[in-house]
Each structure stands twice: as structure tokens, then as C-alpha cells.
Design a protein around this ligand. Structure first.
Ligand code: UD1
Length: 444
């Protein structure tokens, strides 16, 4: 990336007149209060995947025609992304469960700091904006609770496609009359990096080949949507994706895939509470690594007609988890499985290899009585007979989900503070858990 250029940013003004720079909503300091004990039982429907919806919403920037989406989850991150797109000039129409987005004109190819700092996935606007408008300014995300999470791969990949990129006043400023197809080998496997370059390449001149690409199911779902819009993409779901650029994309209709992390979270909660839960509309084929670990922990998992049934009658057993890019064990399920391990008799080892600071839930789990020691990037968890309710603090989205699971099995009352993290990625978590018999309420 180029050194910072202190000249005032040219071309794009800071924000459209009257834009709300604070983001779509204040962040209320809601708490969740959980009375631990009940085993979860019953059936609930899985929502659409947050990590598929966010890039797919950005894909609407690639065409002047409407993109009609169904199964869009009602999450704060999705609202933030819609605010971001609306500020750029994208028209929205949400009726029933469907969302139509139309980027007939893009007035402001800019993602301001105020929104990017609340949601790093805003970086996903960079590739599509640049490809469609020939220019884009996206704020650097800044510090992140779960690690450095740089965006160098996004920037280097776009530069390989001919973009001129500068850092200006904390913004990535990119320009390219038209991107050119290129071969780009990622230094690290990055999910949003792969998505950003794949979207940019759809409108580039010539063929782009992405090597060492992320194989996550959400990349495949985005590719499916782009293909429906007229893009030419082969290899999504493998580590080599080839994209033949076209002159223009058109409108399309797409249903967002089910959320495999929401599914895994409820599955871990069912296993932890010795419950019997059916997760309807779960995309079980994307969950092999999680299902294997749930079975190792003593749960039985059946997949039938697109539903996942998770039961546990017998005792828990310890298990080891090592996070890895797909198809390895997802880092986004690490905290939830750690919560399960806290009450599995014996020693479980949970190793985080994707993010360098994703163990913040350990301190909070210890407040509930868990026996955990962190050595480098591994947590050694010695199962205790029971956890005891306490007040804990959510530190990031998936850490919060781990604390909810711990609260469900702890004796007495657990209060989880700062649950705005949870609202970013779980749709009505207290309603869904309540429907399964959990004693959980939101306190404003
Ligand atoms: C996505 C997911 C997030 C998940 C993560 C890993 C979305 C919206 N978010 O995040 O829920 O936890 O994948 O599965 O889909 N890296 C670099 N340079 C880059 C980009 C990434 O070094 O340019 C590093 C990161 O610091 C991290 C690793 O690569 O250590 C993986 O990050 P990445 O896959 O990019 O995560 P996100 O796409 O941000």
C-alpha cells in the first residue's frame, strides 16, 4: 500500500448532504438475563447467513438493475450495510421477507469511518464500487477487538488488477478507468478478500484468476448470486476461482443461504443443555467439522430433509478443536464450543489459528467458574461439574454467543452485558432460545 498522501481527497466529497453519519441506530446497552438449567427442546427455523448477506448486498452495486433477495436476516449488521448502501444512492424496498436493492445511480462511492468502524465488512463495498464507478473511497477499519485484521490482501489484489490505490486521511482511495483481469495469489486465505476481488473481477476486462482463495460456503453463495446476475465464474468453493469479466451485469433474484454459524451455535447449546433440538432449514452440508466435534462431545446429530436434530442423553466427553479456513473448524464457532467444553469431564484443548486475539471470552467464562488456562493461541479447558451464574460482559459477537451457552448451563442467574455485539449477528436470539424452553429475557 502506498504511503499516506496528505493532499485533501479529491473527487469524492465526504458524505451526501444530510447523511446520518452516526450509523443506523444507537447502540443500546441492553442486557440478557438467563436463568440456567432447562434443557432445550423443540424446533426453530435457522435464519439467512449474515456472512453471505453482507457481500451479496454489496453485489447490488455492480448493476443498475434491481437485485431481489430473500431470506435476508434481520440483523444490525445488515441494517448497517443497508444504511451504507443508501448513503451511496442505492434504492431499497423491503416488503415481507424480501429485499430489493437498486443501484441505478451511485452518487457517493464512499464508505465513511462512522459506519466502517462499527462493521468491518463495509470493506466489501470497495471492489464493487471501483469496478462500477471507476473510483471508491472506503475508510480503513481501524482497531478490531479480535485482532489486527488488516486489509492488505484486498488492496494488493485490486492493485494487481490495475487500480491506483492511495491511503488518504485514513481512507483507502482507489481509482481505475477499468480494472484488468489478473492472476492474484493470496498470501493468506481471506474470506472477504476473496469476495471483494471476485466481485471486482466480474466487470474487469479479461480473465482474473484468484489462487489460494477462500473456500467458505458464503463465497459460493455470493458466486451463485453473481452468476445469476450474468457474471462468468468457475471454481467458487475451490482454492482457484476464475472470473471472465463482462461489460455489464443485470438484475437477478437470489435466496440467501442458511446461517451455518447460527445453526452451530444452537446445536452447541442443545448439546450443552442435554437437550433435543431440531434446526429447520439448516445447511448441514456446510457444517461437517462442527458436527464431528459435537458428536465427539457426546451429542447425537442427525441430518434429515434439510433439518439438523441435535440430542444428548449421555455424559459429555472432552474434545480438541483447532480453527482453520473452510472446510476446517470455523473460528466463528470457537467460543461456543469452548463453553461446551467447560462442563465436559476431562481436558479439551481449543486452538485458535485464524485471529491472534480471539480468547477474550476465557476471562468471562472463568467468572462463571470455568477452569481454563491460555497458553499462546491454545486454551486448555478442564471440565468442571457445574458453572455458577454471574455477571459477565460480551466482548465480541461470537464470544457473546459462547457466554449465552455458558449462561444456559450455569446454576442460577447469569447477566450478560453489552449484548449489542450479539444483535449484530443473531436474529432474536432470546426469542428463539425462549421457544426452546430457555429462561432468558432482555433487560433494557
Ligand atoms: C470473515 C467473516 C468472519 C470470520 C472470518 C474468518 C464475514 C463478513 N466475516 O471475516 O465472521 O470470522 O472471515 O472465517 O464474512 N488477513 C490479512 N490480510 C487481509 C485480510 C485478512 O492478513 O487483507 C488475515 C486476518 O487478519 C485474519 C485472517 O487473514 O488473521 C482471516 O481473515 P479474513 O478471512 O479476511 O476475515 P474476514 O473476511 O474479515
Amino acid at each position: 500500500m502506498d504511503a499516506p498522501d496528505l493532499a485533501p481527497p479529491p473527487a469524492i466529497a465526504d458524505a451526501p448532504p444530510g447523511a446520518d453519519r452516526r450509523g443506523p441506530h444507537a447502540l443500546p446497552m441492553d442486557k440478557l438475563v438467563i436463568e440456567g438449567g432447562p434443557r432445550l427442546a423443540g424446533a426453530i427455523a435457522v435464519s439467512g447467513a449474515k456472512n453471505a448477506a453482507l457481500p451479496i448486498l454489496c453485489a447490488s452495486l455492480l448493476t443498475a438493475e434491481p437485485l431481489r433477495l430473500s431470506n435476508v436476516p434481520r440483523l444490525n449488521d445488515v441494517r448497517t450495510m443497508r444504511t451504507l448502501l443508501a448513503q451511496m444512492g442505492v434504492a431499497h424496498d423491503a416488503t415481507g421477507g424480501a429485499l430489493a436493492l437498486c443501484a441505478a445511480h451511485i452518487d457517493w462511492p464512499l464508505a465513511p469511518y462512522e459506519l466502517v468502524k462499527t462493521m468491518r465488512a463495509s470493506i466489501l463495498a470497495l471492489g464493487p464500487l471501483l469496478a462500477r464507478c471507476g473510483e471508491a473511497r472506503v475508510s480503513l477499519p481501524g482497531g478490531c477487538a479480535i485482532g489486527l485484521r488488516p486489509v492488505d490482501q484486498h488492496v494488493k489484489g485490486l492493485a494487481a488488477m490495475g487500480a491506483e490505490i492511495d491511503l488518504e486521511h485514513g481512507y483507502i482511495a482507489a481509482r481505475a478507468r477499468r480494472l484488468r483481469g489478473a492472476r492474484y495469489v493470496f498470501d493468506v486465505v481471506t474470506v472477504t478478500g476473496t469476495e471483494n476481488l471476485m466481485m471486482a473481477a466480474t466487470l474487469a476486462e479479461g480473465t482474473t484468476v484468484l489462487e489460494n482463495a477462500a473456500r467458505e460456503p458464503e463465497v459460493v453463495d455470493l458466486a451463485r448470486c453473481l452468476v445469476a446476475m450474468g457474471a462468468r465464474i468457475v471454481g467458487a468453493g475451490t482454492d482457484r476461482i476464475a472470473i471472465d469479466g463482462v461489460d455489464a451485469l443485470h438484475g437477478a433474484t437470489h435466496a440467501i443461504m442458511p446461517d451455518r454459524i447460527e445453526t452451530g451455535t444452537f446445536a452447541a447449546a442443545a448439546a450443552a443443555t442435554g437437550g433435543d433440538v431440531v434446526l429447520e432449514g439448516a445447511g448441514a452440508d456446510a457444517l461437517d467439522a462442527v458436527i464431528d466435534k459435537l458428536r465427539e462431545s457426546g451429542a447425537s446429530v442427525d441430518v434429515r430433509d434439510g433439518a439438523l436434530r441435535v440430542r444428548r442423553d449421555g455424559p459429555l466427553a472432552p474434545f480438541n478443536v483447532r480453527t482453520a479456513p473452510f472446510p476446517g473448524f470455523p473460528t466463528d464457532m470457537q467460543a461456543q464450543m469452548m463453553a461446551l467444553a467447560t462442563v465436559a469431564p476431562g481436558t479439551s484443548v481449543i486452538t485458535e489459528t485464524i485471529f491472534e486475539n480471539r480468547m477474550m471470552h476465557v476471562q468471562e467464562l472463568k467468572r462463571l467458574g470455568a477452569d481454563i488456562e491460555v497458553e499462546g493461541n491454545a486454551a486448555i479447558v478442564r471440565g468442571v461439574p457445574r458453572l455458577a451464574g454471574a455477571t459477565v460482559m460480551a466482548t465480541d459477537l461470537r464470544a457473546s454467543a459462547g457466554l449465552v451457552i455458558a449462561g444456559l448451563i450455569a446454576d442460577g442467574e447469569t447477566t450478560i452485558d453489552r449484548i449489542y455485539h450479539l444483535d449484530r449477528g443473531y436474529e432474536r436470539i432470546e426469542d428463539k432460545l425462549g421457544a426452546l424452553g430457555a429462561r432468558i429475557r432482555r433487560v433494557r
